[in-house]
Ligand binder design. Structure first.
Ligand code: GLU
Length: 391
């Protein structure tokens, strides 16, 4: 698919340069994610890359910024340790075991490299369920902020060894984006093995142009990420674009660019036009609503009638039982569910005050009937508008 250069969304080269300089200058809290493709070569972890990252990040830290590094590479480091031959079948369990072997040696490489730059680091391993629980989500935030006060660069990775398949972040792009929003980062920098976004696949289309600045992640931009699928492997660029979109809603900007380039961050912060830069959205979503929308995974669906759909989307109302016509899935009190209109379009996501059995019993009834039906009434609303995010 070839896409016009208009996809730069009418940002001229000069304006793009100016915007970058402005955002890079004022970025004080930054999450930097480095992928396995950058960190590894055919022999496993590439120590030269680690040394380069340590130098670059220490440089940023010493210029008064707060930095988090999200680093992959545990599985790759584990493979190097075991010197596995190609004919050994590596499934999920083996990968989890390899991560357990590789994570300490990955950290060891970082500790040595950062020590040379007189910079202290810390290890933080997280699973998705650590962020799904609101209390531990906020606890992670306090710990990371305390590490900043200790002048430390936290190095994060998914705790692969205990992560359950369906609850995984999926990849560290998502982990990094959620952490960026959790700590109100000004910027998310994703270092990868591509130079940035192109209007078409540069390998097959000679007219492909680099896209330096993206005002908003639209469908067109998402389609461009699809162009690079063949280069990066399944989903590669798409998950990075999704991460940039999530960070934009938290009012952070994002950068996607080549991680193997020497002193990439120093080049970037001195204003060089490399990679692709994504501007933040003008309006910042409330932190609790960001958590509901991006961290929680919906456990079911509620289909709403026309009146309830309009009440939610146009009048900012809570969801009452009378507007619910169908309940799908099994969920408990406090779980996230999606609200669909009659045509099946997702219009909102929110936290329910009643479990799926109770919602089934009270649906299409007035709130004053709840006590008669259930024997007890905790709330008038099935979803209070403070716990509802319109999509
Ligand atoms: N957590 C994995 C590792 O350290 C990598 C996940 C990813 O590549 O996004 O090996």
């Amino acid at each position: 698919m070839t896409i016009s250069k208009d996809t730069e969304q009418q940002i001229s080269h000069e304006e793009g340069l100016y915007l970058r300089q402005t955002y890079f200058d004022k970025a004080k809290r930054i999450v930097i994610k480095v992928g396995s493709a950058v960190l590894t070569d055919e022999n496993g972890i590439d120590e030269k890359v680690i040394a380069n990252i340590a130098r670059d990040l220490s440089f940023l830290k010493k210029s008064g910024r707060e930095i988090i590094l999200v680093s992959s590479g545990a599985v790759a480091a584990g493979k190097r340790n075991l010197t596995l031959t190609d004919n050994i079948k590596i499934g999920l369990v083996e990968k989890q075991a390899l991560a357990a072997i590789g994570q300490p040696s990955l950290m060891q490489s970082y500790v040595v490299a950062f020590e040379k730059c007189q910079q202290r680091v810390a290890q933080v391993l997280l699973t998705h369920s650590d962020l799904e629980n609101r209390d531990s989500y906020l606890r992670v935030r306090s710990t990371l902020l305390a590490l900043f006060r200790f002048d430390t660069i936290p190095i994060l990775n998914e705790n692969d060894t205990v992560a359950v398949e369906e609850l995984r972040f999926g990849d560290n792009d998502m982990l990094a984006a959620l952490i960026a929003n959790l700590i109100d980062a000004d910027m998310f920098i994703c270092l990868t093995d591509v130079v940035g976004l192109y209007t078409a696949n540069p390998r097959t289309d000679p007219s492909a142009q680099p896209v330096y600045t993206v005002r908003e992640v639209t469908k067109e931009i998402e389609a461009m990420a699809g162009n690079l699928k063949s280069i990066l492997g399944t989903g590669g660029m798409q998950s990075k674009i999704r991460a940039a979109k999530i960070v934009a809603t938290g009012s952070g900007s994002s950068f996607i660019g080549p991680g193997k380039k020497d002193s990439i961050l120093q080049h970037l912060f001195s204003g060089e036009m490399i990679g692709t830069f994504f501007l933040p959205s003008a309006a910042k979503a409330k932190p609790r609503k960001q958590w509901i929308e991006h961290v929680l995974r919906p456990k079911g669906n509620l289909v709403l009638d026309g009146g309830a759909s309009v009440a939610l989307t146009e009048n900012g109302c809570s969801l009452l039982p009378s507007g619910i016509i169908e309940v799908r899935g099994v969920f408990g009190v406090g779980d996230a569910v999606q609200c669909l209109d009659r045509s099946g379009k997702i219009i909102a996501t929110g936290l329910v005050n009643y479990n799926s059995t109770d919602v089934n019993s009270i649906k299409q009834h007035h709130s004053h009937d709840i006590e008669t039906i259930l024997g007890v009434k905790d709330y008038d609303e099935v979803i209070h508008r403070d716990n509802l995010v319109l999509l």
